[in-house]
Design a protein around this ligand. Structure first.
Ligand SMILES: C[S@@+](CC[C@H](N)C(=O)[O-])C[C@H]1O[C@@H](n2cnc3c(N)ncnc32)[C@H](O)[C@@H]1O
Length: 356
């Protein structure tokens, strides 16, 4: 077998939902351009990851800041690229990996082995698990692990014989491998959509915000609520919910005493009093949803909003930017946090926080 090839890389590695590599690339390119950094982006369709390679001499630190994982919409995770290793012998993947890292000399605080979310990537989950303990021991023996080191080492398996080496400071990367939070389907939830809202509240809010903004007795309107997966998340936090949908709501939710079901058009319904939350999962054109959210927020009918924008069209990033600008124009100073979550399909989730 030929010796493996090592190609040092200078740039960023982003993981995304397979099929959204183009949007991820466009965001990386735009962020680099805005930061005055020159390079090029590349990805394979449905590969579940994208790379932005900096031209020699460019400031990699500036790119790391410009493309933080939580500043990009379509990236689940973003890491600093170190190298690509190809042509690995399955009998000894660790030897060449250690040789490459030894040559660089950087020590790492911890090791994360991950894979993409593509069909091919998911088949590598077992290998990622089985490789972790021996690689960790080997790194320790080679004195390449040091709990005080600022960056963690990320190994992204691309195939049985190839991988990418990357790194990130723990606070500057998504906390879960692959940027995928492991959520268990809650007993009694009426639809799988419930995990979308659970993930959104986990990823788009920090702990302090969740404590302050999701308290018992607070009020919410859920537009397009049936059968009640999103309402379930609000009710389990003891919020009172007006669920607007012509479709039937889950019986147990209605029996909770916290839910009022209104069989009305979500585009026409308005609450009698300002509510703490507006959430919306109606399947509609994104611009119509954005205009509706802008109207509620502009008229102060809700203190904050969390909604999905469905993206069945071709120019998805263009459409997203149009929708976000529409809301920013209507509600000056508003903070928008937008992400394609793991549980989102052809859609993104947006949190809108008007500043009082
Ligand atoms: C994706 S489902 C919502 C699932 C829900 N979030 C859950 O977790 O169970 C979309 C819902 O939007 C409702 N919907 C679509 N257009 C609507 C409208 N104009 N007014 C009210 N509901 C609408 C549909 O009836 C459907 O129940």
């Amino acid at each position: 077998m030929n010796a493996p090839t090592l190609s040092p890389l200078h740039g960023r590695l982003a993981l995304c939902r397979p099929g959204f590599e183009r949007e991820c690339l466009q965001e990386l390119e735009q962020a680099a351009r805005d930061a005055g950094l020159a390079g090029y982006a590349r990805a394979r369709e449905s590969g579940g990851h994208a790379e932005f390679i900096l031209h020699d001499g460019s400031d990699a630190g500036a790119l790391t800041v410009a493309t933080r994982w939580d500043a990009l919409i379509f990236a689940r995770q973003v890491l600093d690229l170190i190298a690509r290793l190809e042509g690995l012998d399955p009998v000894d993947r660790i030897g060449p990996l250690l040789a490459a890292l030894n040559e660089r000399g950087e020590r790492f605080g911890d090791l994360v082995i991950e894979h993409t979310d593509s069909d091919a990537g998911r088949e590598l989950a077992g290998l990622a698990r089985s490789l972790t303990p021996p690689l960790r021991v080997a790194l320790q023996r080679a004195r390449l692990l040091d709990a005080a080191a600022p960056r963690h080492l990320h190994v992204l398996l691309l195939a049985g014989d190839s991988l990418l080496l990357a790194a990130a400071a723990p606070g500057a990367a998504a906390p879960d491998p692959g940027g995928i939070p492991r959520l268990r389907f809650p007993a009694g939830a009426p639809s799988r959509s419930t995990l979308k809202l659970e993930e959104a509240l986990l990823v788009l809010l920090d702990e302090r915000e969740r404590e302050r903004w999701l308290r018992a007795g607070m009020t919410a309107v859920d537009l397009g609520a049936a059968p009640g997966g999103w309402t379930f998340q609000l009710v389990r936090r003891s919020l009172r919910v007006i669920a607007v949908d012509n479709g039937p709501m889950d019986r147990a939710l209605l029996d909770s005493g916290l839910v009022e079901h209104r069989r009305e058009d979500g585009f026409r319904f308005r609450p009698a009093r300002t509510v703490d939350w507006l959430v919306c999962d109606m399947v509609e054109q994104p611009r119509r949803i954005a205009a509706l959210m802008a109207a509620w927020l502009g008229e102060r009918r809700c203190r904050r909003a969390l909604f999905n924008l469905k993206l069945p069209m071709k120019k998805r990033l263009v459409e997203v930017r149009l929708c976000l600008d529409l809301i920013r124009d209507a509600v000056p100073g508003i903070e928008l946090r937008a992400r394609q979550l793991y549980h989102d399909r052809e859609e993104i989730t947006v949190l809108a926080l008007p500043h009082a």
